[in-house]
Design a protein around this ligand. Structure first.
Ligand code: SF4
Length: 205
């Protein structure tokens, strides 16, 4: 789809429900052939904090809900420990809305084909803070290719006036169980505490 057509589509979507309805019947990339369900988003569309991951996993493909497997539950637990409620305080989605076969990373053409939905979500939710979970989300939004371990925990200026921070993807944390000082889980906890602080500030505005 051309950029002009993208824009025309975006302008015609007035609500997230309309965007989700369009995504649910989308055949704009090859991922439509292997998906069971489109996993569009979960959480609160009024939330100040948006979390963007890479693509739906196996459980998400079955349920149609992003971050619905073990990684999502771990993320909810970490957020909950910082008093960030997964139902009330966040809106969560992925760069692509359909599961790539065998959980491979989404290809650039797939990311571009799906970008209209993510862009519409960003425009309609208007989050003040965005967390990019994993390298694919960082590449898609910030257009940089850096190891997450180098840029996690840093706030960047986002395209929509939001503050944007790369963080570890929770599936990476599942594979790295240590909580020792300097471990990925320890760093993630540090990052989420910083997010909690910023969330308090933007909630006061
Ligand atoms: S991943 Fe996105 S662009 Fe591709 S078929 Fe699914 S909704 Fe459409």
């Amino acid at each position: 789809m051309s950029e002009q057509l993208h824009l025309a589509v975006l302008l015609s979507w007035k609500s997230l429900a309309e965007v989700e309805s369009a995504a649910k019947v989308c055949v704009d990339c090859a991922l439509c052939q292997s998906r069971k369900q489109v996993a569009f988003a979960r959480g609160n569309p009024q939330a100040k904090l948006m979390i963007i991951g890479d693509s739906p996993g196996r459980n998400d493909d079955e349920s149609g809900i992003p971050f619905d497997g073990r990684a999502g539950k771990l993320l909810d637990k970490i957020l909950g420990a910082a008093n960030i409620d997964a139902q009330k305080d966040i809106y969560i989605c992925n760069v692509v809305k359909c599961r790539p076969p065998n959980n491979r990373p989404p290809e650039k053409a797939e990311r571009l084909a799906c970008r209209k939905y993510l862009k519409a979500q960003l425009e309609l939710v208007k989050p003040a803070l965005i967390l990019l979970a994993g390298a694919t989300a960082v590449e898609a939004i910030l257009e940089v290719k850096h190891p997450i371990s180098r840029i996690r925990g840093i706030w960047f200026d986002g395209e929509f006036g939001a503050k944007v921070m790369p963080v570890f993807h929770p599936s990476y944390l599942l594979r790295n169980d240590s909580k020792e000082v300097g471990s990925p889980k320890w760093l993630m906890w540090k990052d989420i505490q910083e997010v909690r602080k910023q969330l308090d500030l933007v909630t006061l505005v």
